[in-house]
Write a protein that binds this ligand. Structure first.
Ligand SMILES: Cc1cc2nc3c(=O)[nH]c(=O)nc-3n(C[C@H](O)[C@H](O)[C@H](O)COP(=O)(O)OP(=O)(O)OC[C@H]3O[C@@H](n4cnc5c(N)ncnc54)[C@H](O)[C@@H]3O)c2cc1C
Length: 382
């Protein structure tokens, strides 16, 4: 069974300290100013966090996926907008290049990611969200290049990314069998950010709409094979969902700890709130859900490291951890009473931040479809 190495466990202590001492104090400001300061991203670079998961032959430290997931959780406890910068660069951009990219693409892009150059994934379109195979952005062959036209929406790391993994239709009319995945540099002529998208939570994360207007990319930028890009993005999301589960865990744990601390201090009816059985039962339920979500999530991360089938496991982790984050942050706010509803405390921000984890990288309705499809396959009587 693949476990984290002692070195990885030791490095995680630094990540925990970094998140608690340097990120957490900035979380409120990041939310208010709707941006993660470059100085914080630079610190993540200095600490080698972008290099952590990149294999040594491409300039990284070759650490495990489990290490990366624990690091995402630690950073999410402090600020989930900040963790998404790292998570997006590694699970959404680097992972597909690593899994399916040519040697040339790996050499060119993974080294840059290891140095802290940020990437993103552009799949979703105004007309194609849950039904990702319905994308309309096209790439038409022109000599040794492809010309991309279309619009992508809700792209995380939007303004920070120097390159994106982009899904396009290369053979119209063939549904998911006509989709290819390309790497596209953000500064390619014809590619522009048409707007920033304002959000309920993770406000520090840059979310944009991208317009492709005759964007020419070399054929060699195809990740994997022509017309086999849907598989690339689906497998990418298997890893990505574990990252979102870790983000959800971090948010839930932060909200929970703050609330538990508070109920021990706050007195009503001449005693601490934590003396009341109704409050104790809430604490018990929150802790139980968090523990169950943690087990599911760490198991999925371990399976990813071991290259074991992980479709169902990553969906279950994402589904359960995000539902837990939403429930726990809502209950945590409740435990603060009226103070929880104010922006003086972090409880309302945790609740706003938690909501996205039930939506992106496949909504939780879609996770349920994936899980049941896998179960029906496994238990098929044929
Ligand atoms: C902040 C943010 C960041 C994001 N980052 C990225 C990114 O970096 N890259 C990227 O490509 N995308 C990104 N997304 C897009 C995200 O993955 C999609 O929003 C999500 O997959 C849902 O698609 P949709 O918004 O089009 O909703 P829809 O697909 O229109 O769904 C609307 C509702 O219908 C439900 N529904 C749809 N189909 C079914 C069904 N068959 N059965 C039951 N219920 C169904 C959904 O669960 C949902 O509740 C991001 C979104 C947000 C909000």
């Amino acid at each position: 069974m693949a476990e984290m190495t002692q070195e990885e466990i030791d490095v995680l202590q630094y990540v925990r300290r970094f998140a608690g001492e340097e990120i957490r104090p900035l979380a409120k400001k990041i939310d208010e100013e709707k941006t993660v300061p470059q100085s914080l991203i630079n610190r993540m670079k200095e600490l080698g966090l972008f290099a952590s998961y990149i294999p040594k032959e491409y300039g990284g430290y070759g650490m495990s996926f489990q290490f990366l997931m624990h690091a995402i959780e630690e950073i999410s406890m402090a600020c989930p907008s900040t963790s998404l910068v790292l998570d997006g660069a590694l699970t959404l951009f680097a992972e597909p290049v690593l899994m399916f990219g040519s040697e040339e693409l790996k050499k060119k892009y993974l080294g840059m990611v290891a140095e802290g150059t940020i990437g993103g994934l552009a799949l979703t379109e105004p007309g194609a969200g849950s039904d990702a195979a319905a994308i309309k952005t096209t790439a038409v062959k022109n000599g040794n290049n492809y010309v991309i036209n279309g619009t992508k929406i809700f792209i995380s790391n939007g303004r920070l990314a120097k390159f994106y993994v982009v899904d396009v239709v290369t053979e119209p009319g063939r549904g998911h069998r006509g989709i290819s995945t390309f790497v596209v540099d953000a500064d390619t002529h014809g590619l522009r950010i048409s707007r920033d998208i304002e959000k309920l939570g993770i406000k520090g994360s840059s979310t944009v709409e991208l317009v492709f207007d005759d964007v020419e990319v070399p054929e060699t930028n195809i990740v994997g094979k022509l017309n086999e890009g849907f598989r690339v993005v689906m497998e990418t999301l298997d890893a990505g969902r574990i990252g979102i589960a870790c983000q959800a865990l971090g948010i839930a744990k932060a909200a929970f700890r703050e609330a538990v601390e508070y109920v021990q201090q706050r007195k009503q009816f001449n005693q601490a709130l934590s003396n009341f059985e109704a409050i104790q039962f809430m604490i018990a339920d929150m802790e139980t859900s968090i523990s169950a979500a943690t087990l599911l999530t760490y198991d999925a991360a371990r399976r990813w490291d071991e290259h074991l089938p992980c479709v169902k496991e990553s969906s279950m982790a994402k589904l359960f951890a995000s539902d837990t984050a939403m429930k726990v942050t809502t209950d945590a706010l409740q435990l603060f009473g009226g103070y929880g509803y104010t922006t003086d405390l972090d409880a309302e921000r945790h609740m706003r931040d938690a909501k996205i984890t039930q939506i992106y990288e496949g909504t939780n309705q879609i996770q349920r479809l994936i899980i049941s499809r896998e179960v029906l396959k496994e238990l098929s009587i044929m």
